[in-house]
Design a protein around this ligand. Sequence first.
Ligand code: GLN
Length: 415
Amino acid sequence: MKSPVPDYLDEIIETFKDDRQGELADYIPELARADPDTFGIALTVADGRTHSAGNDDYTFSIQSISKPFAYAAALTDLGLDAVHETVGVEPSGEAFNELSLEHGTRRPKNAMINAGAIAVHQLLVGRSSNVEERVERVRSFFSELAGRELSVDEAVCRSELDTADRNLAIAHMLKNYGIIDDAPHDVVEGYTRQCSIGVNVRDLAMMCATLANMGVHPVTGQQVVSRRVARQTLSVMTVCGMYDAAGEWLTTVGIPAKSGVSGGLIGALPGQCGLAVVSPPLDEHGNSVRGVRAFRKLSDDMGMHLAEAEPQGATVVRDFYVRGEKEAVLELQGTVQFSGAEAVLHALENDTTGTDRLTFDLSRVDRVNDVARRMLLEAKRRAELDGRTTDLVDPDGVLTSSDVDAAKEAASESH
Ligand code: GLN
């Protein structure tokens, strides 16, 4: 059987390809030369398969879509607290290139607007880093996420540097307030090189899938960034990724996202997939017109809005039965999080089997997150306090493995 998913992506391209609204960005002269008809889309699911349609091999400069990934790199290099001292996490409600800082702290409001992204770029590798080190840090990190070697598009970079007065003004403002240490020109050069890294939609969908997958690369299985860093990055994308259209985006599409001035638009749906669209004409907020429409359709058709999560709790208790004379068996299934573990505790609270033995059968469980693990172990402990003998059937070690480490990691990273 041929999967209908690529056919569906083709349908999205067909639906919007004749939509000719929006303008090419022209403040970076090289971007004004893009073909406005270019239109590509890609989707990578959390276990690594990529589907794509349209101009899926068209290479374009990553621009502002670099910002969440550079933020994740800086969080990894310096830790959450140090980055938080330099850049906030509040939506600015302003255009991406506004010369503005947070009242009181004088930090840029978030890492998705230029002021925040320029400050974050300077933090990469460490505060005393130079341009080459910072650019190589993001280039190699983006390459690791994309699963292939990426490079800087020098023509786009030169073209932006020739007209970078506004970003230079922002960098001078940051230097004045001690937010950056390096020379403003060097910081803008490094940031502009970061924005000029060439990608296609398949690269971006793969990069997003790692964020959606709690920092684990869907193909290599490597924990590329910590769960906490992935969570932080997706959170900031959710509130700030679409600039002054963030509220409209969250209510209609409901996927953590980021747009770029070359027409790219990415989304990362936690636990499910990474998405990317490219179509160069932009709306008044600097977001791709076809990109926004494609995401709206995808979210509606595929039920991808964050706020529409399916209830999980009740499905976790598969069966609760008595075996022989003295043993009650609690059979669990699927992914166990707080609400699933609560359903287990509820079943045990109302247990009228009166058996001496209680067996927790986790052979059909795929994952147990940290809080559910602690709740299940507590259920086991309380059953023993009640005088019952307990058994754990856990052939894949779901109750004892990875999430224990993740919990330790979360505890050691504050903020
Ligand atoms: N390099 C661009 C700039 O700094 C990125 C802006 C964007 O993509 N919105 O102006």
